[in-house]
Design a protein around this ligand. Structure first.
Ligand code: G6P
Ligand code: ZN
Length: 544
């Protein structure tokens, strides 16, 4: 067909998708043919999409626009019939999932490096999502990786760049491209799930929210929904304009990078709820007045209260959490008499459970929470569910959290990250741990006696696929737990994550400071794995 150009290429090393797609420095993606090779490898691994619809969008970070243009041309040249792209090339990750599902697309390409810094020296990323709106499962990403190693040519369209600002449909080679409002479909979905009238009334009655969009993609979504639709006062959303370098900040909604929000929430004039989202809008940070709610606790509290939102009246059918996430959600599932699934780290593992209707809500310690409304975690959705619960219960966040602990027990929880560790040292630490698993049960470390030790392996209950070596779990006699794994999302060296958890059933002791409550166990975690000795690190870089 006219305008289609077949370009010769050669494989690049290392185009292996990690926990969430292919993530590399911007400079790596700027190499000629690098992005093209990966995109063509994705298309070459798919079947039966001739004439079908593809969704394309990203978090607006540096290189987003250029990459979107490249992908539009390649998608048209490879035979997609219709391509939906967010205005300006923008789509948050959950909104992309919503559009793929709502418009029955074949799949979608999302451009993001999530919470990693942006800008010319920052990171960029790309991932493919399948027709259910969720990240491609491993058999697809494995096929894509295999293809990147043998690719010889890619197909593209010889055409000028498309006008990404003009809403509506334009002809593009043999395809049609529709530039869509990135917010509209998503806003409609949220309006169906939540009691917007009750939240609107709560705002009118003085409920105060501070939403930090971190100059990332959720700014336009939060302004349209929280300020325009729900009537929160202008200025509720701060850092609401997406910037290619996120204003020089690190769009990771944690206590380090959202410190200004944290300080405001601990201050004398704190609003009722403080929230933030990451680069591509799938993560969330929840802080009540005077209380940080850990992602693990937030999952449990949302699961226990979600029946208060119209979209979830019957409560959850099941709850799913990633293995390192605290077991607070398990206690809720037990009370509700529904199953709780433990999956490997990575949102893609929730997809089959959600599709099969086994789980309604899922979450991860890494600040991801979501439900069966889309197939990605969803930062703004979590904030809206919290708002719905606050509007219904008319209680401060702190009161809700304390009541929850009293009823279910508290899981003191912290994650210690050792970043950019020498990869060999990190792998050595993990294999030494794996080597001693059999010998650990029965061993004592001070007052802590090891009762179980294994390397987490998961068999998907729906499709039977098996994922091995997903992290070392050490269980202690008092129900405490330490988990070790290497991050699958870093772009430099290795990141060792150590997850430490202790259950506290006694309401009188639930108010104890988390770091104090976990100090003994943290020392055991170090001793057991030889963290200091093997990595040379005396302290974790980040504690969350
Ligand atoms: C991404 C994934 C999550 C995962 C998180 C941390 O956000 O979508 O599913 O929990 O990264 O992964 P990591 O491998 O770095 O611990
Ligand atoms: Zn993200």
């Amino acid at each position: 067909m006219a305008n289609i150009r077949v370009v010769a290429t050669e494989p690049f090393e290392g185009q292996k998708p990690g926990t969430s797609g292919l993530r590399k420095r911007v400079t790596v993606f700027q190499q000629p043919r690098y992005l093209e090779n990966f995109v063509q490898s994705v298309f070459d691994s798919l079947e039966g999409f001739a004439g079908a619809t593809l969704v394309v969008g990203g978090d607006g970070r540096f290189h987003n626009r250029e990459a979107v243009q490249t992908i539009l041309k390649m998608a048209a040249a490879n035979g997609f019939g219709r391509i939906l792209v967010g205005r300006g090339g923008l789509l948050s990750t959950p909104a992309a999932s919503c559009v793929i599902r709502g418009r029955r697309a074949y799949g979608g390409i999302i451009l993001s490096a999530s919470h990693n810094p942006g800008g010319p020296e920052g990171d960029f990323g790309i991932k493919y999502n399948i027709g259910n709106g969720g990240p491609a499962p491993e058999r697809v990403t494995d096929a894509v990786f295999a293809r990147t190693q043998s690719i010889r040519e890619y197909r593209t369209l010889d055409a000028p760049d498309l006008d990404l600002e003009r809403l509506g449909t334009q002809r593009f080679g043999g395809a049609e491209v529709e530039v869509i409002d990135p917010v509209a479909d998503y806003r409609d979905l949220m309006a169906r799930l939540f009691d917007f009238a009750a939240i609107r009334a709560a705002f009118a009655g003085g409920l105060r929210l501070r939403y930090d969009a971190m100059h990332a993609v959720t700014g336009p979504y939060a302004k349209a929904i929280v300020e325009d639709e729900l009537g929160a006062p202008a200025g509720t959303v701060v850092n609401g304009t997406p910037l290619p370098d996120f204003g020089g900040h690190h769009p990771d909604p944690n206590l380090v990078h959202a410190k200004a929000l944290f300080d405001e929430m601990m201050g004398p004039d704190a609003p009722d709820l403080g929230a933030a989202s990451d680069g591509d809008g799938d993560r969330n940070l929840i802080i009540g007045r005077g209380v940080f709610v850990t992602p693990s606790d937030s999952l449990a509290i949302l699961a226990a209260n979600m029946h208060l939102a119209p979209g979830y009246r019957g409560g959850p059918k099941g709850i799913a959490r990633s293995m390192p996430t605290s077991r607070a959600a398990d206690q809720v599932a037990e009370r509700l008499g529904v199953p709780c699934y433990e999956t490997p780290t990575g949102w893609k593992f929730f997809g089959t459970l959600l599709d099969a209707g086994l789980a309604t809500i899922c979450g991860e310690e890494s600040a991801g929470t979501g439900s069966d409304h889309v197939r990605e975690k969803d930062g703004l959705w979590a904030v809206l569910l919290w708002l719905n619960i606050l509007a219904a219960r008319r209680q401060p966040v702190l009161g809700i959290v304390r009541e929850h602990w009293r009823a279910h027990g508290r899981n003191h929880y912290a994650r210690h990250d050792y970043e950019e560790v020498d990869a060999e040292a990190a792998n050595g630490l993990m294999s030494a741990l794996r080597g001693q698993l059999g010998a650990l049960p029965g061993r004592r470390f001070g007052v802590h006696e090891v009762t179980t030790a294994d390397d987490f392996a998961y068999t998907d209950p729906v499709d039977g696929s098996v994922s091995e070596r997903q992290g070392v779990r050490i269980g202690f006699a008092d129900g405490s737990r330490v988990v070790y794994r290497l991050s699958g999302t870093g772009t430099a060296g290795a990141t060792l994550r150590v997850y430490i958890e202790r259950f506290e059933p006694d309401p009188d002791r639930q108010g104890e400071d988390t770091q104090t409550a976990l100090a003994g166990l943290a020392a055991v975690a170090d001793e057991l794995a030889g963290i200091r000795a093997r990595t040379g690190r005396a302290e974790p870089d980040v504690v969350t």
